[in-house]
Design a protein around this ligand. Structure first.
Ligand SMILES: [Zn+2]
Length: 339
């Protein structure tokens, strides 16, 4: 069972850990210690900020760590709970999946209190931290496998009031692209569990994994602060893209399987259009070159829908079935809010 010495109701700023039981060959009564910062100051929303749901995604981990160090109690109205590296063993290992149990934490919900470490972390969020929270912010990027156009994103949740609140919070990240996505790769997602509990859920895909530019780090850190101001947790004036002299965000969505292009066979993947480019159905997006038969023509990867290339596979060496590109069509705010 996950234990913490933190008191989520105590005023002021606390630093502590979630302690998750985990035995290994040289550690009989060992725990995995997941760092947590809690800042509580009177009336206001409870906001849970999560980085490192996937261990190889650094933008959110850094943004949450910096905020945890910098934020003062006086700046907060309500309660801020920051967990920079949620899948801590994966963050230590620079991997998407936990090296302790091989699990994808973002497919482990609602979790199991008697399961492996990832299941226990998921269960603690499901049963303790989500019920405490009004807002859940889960900061992702493409990790080592994908590179995204830096975007905030969301599911089309059925509840219209919840959807509208999530939509405005998504826009408050002030990214150039906003992205409505579907779960084509399984169930048990962290945001879905939080959405099912009625929370205002804000998620992102801020670029990629190993190489993160200063610009993308700024998008992560400024966006997080602005969303926290937007939901009334942090003191300050909310910024908008218009106020910053930027064009409106391009709202895109990929809800159909056809929008998610999988490698038809293994080989070396070559992307042929730049991220953020508008393509048409039938356009060549990339190709898979045959390692064993370089004399054969490469296997084409063709867009099956119109839209922007919102993400692409990063490691060129590709296995059959890997997602190599996602095409997201532009939609209006009205379409998102009323579809
Ligand atoms: Zn992720």
């Amino acid at each position: 069972m996950v234990f913490t010495s933190l008191d989520f109701d105590a005023p002021g700023k606390q630093q502590g850990f979630l302690q998750v039981p985990y035995s290994h060959n040289l550690g009989g009564w060992a725990n995995v210690l997941v760092p947590v910062t809690v800042v509580q100051n009177g009336a206001g929303p409870t906001v849970l900020v999560l980085g490192g749901n996937h261990g190889d995604e650094y933008q959110g981990q850094i943004a949450a760590m910096k905020l945890a160090r910098e934020v003062t109690t006086e700046q907060v109205r309500g309660r801020l709970i920051l967990i920079p590296s949620l899948n801590f063993p994966a963050a230590q290992a620079a991997t998407r999946l936990s090296p302790l149990d091989g699990m994808n934490l973002n497919r482990a919900f609602p979790g199991d209190p008697e399961g492996p470490v990832s299941s226990q972390i998921a269960h603690y969020l499901t049963t303790v931290l989500f019920p405490l929270s009004d807002v859940v912010i889960d900061i992702h990027s493409g990790g080592r496998s994908m590179e995204f156009v830096p975007c905030s994103h969301m599911h089309l949740v059925p509840d219209r009031a919840q959807r509208a609140a999530m939509f405005s919070a998504m826009l408050a990240w002030n990214t150039e692209f906003s992205f409505i996505y579907a779960d084509i790769a399984g169930s048990g997602l962290l945001p879905v569990e939080a959405e099912n509990q009625g929370k205002l859920v804000v998620t992102t895909e801020l670029g990629g994994g190993e190489g993160v530019s200063a610009k993308v780090h700024r998008v992560a850190q400024q966006g997080l602060r602005n969303v926290l101001i937007h939901v009334g947790l942090l003191q300050g004036t909310e910024e908008t893209r218009a106020g910053l002299g930027l064009p409106p965000t391009i709202i895109t969505q990929a809800l159909n399987r056809d929008d998610y292009l999988l490698a038809p066979e293994s080989g070396i993947f070559e992307i042929m259009v730049d991220l953020g480019t508008l393509v048409r159905a039938g356009d060549l997006v990339g190709a898979i070159h045959h390692l064993e038969r370089p004399d054969r023509a490469p296997e084409p990867v063709v867009a099956r829908s119109d839209g922007f290339l919102i993400t692409m596979r990063v490691p060129c060496l590709t296995r059959q079935g890997d997602c190599v590109a996602v095409i997201a069509r532009q939609v209006s705010a009205d379409e998102v809010l009323h579809a």
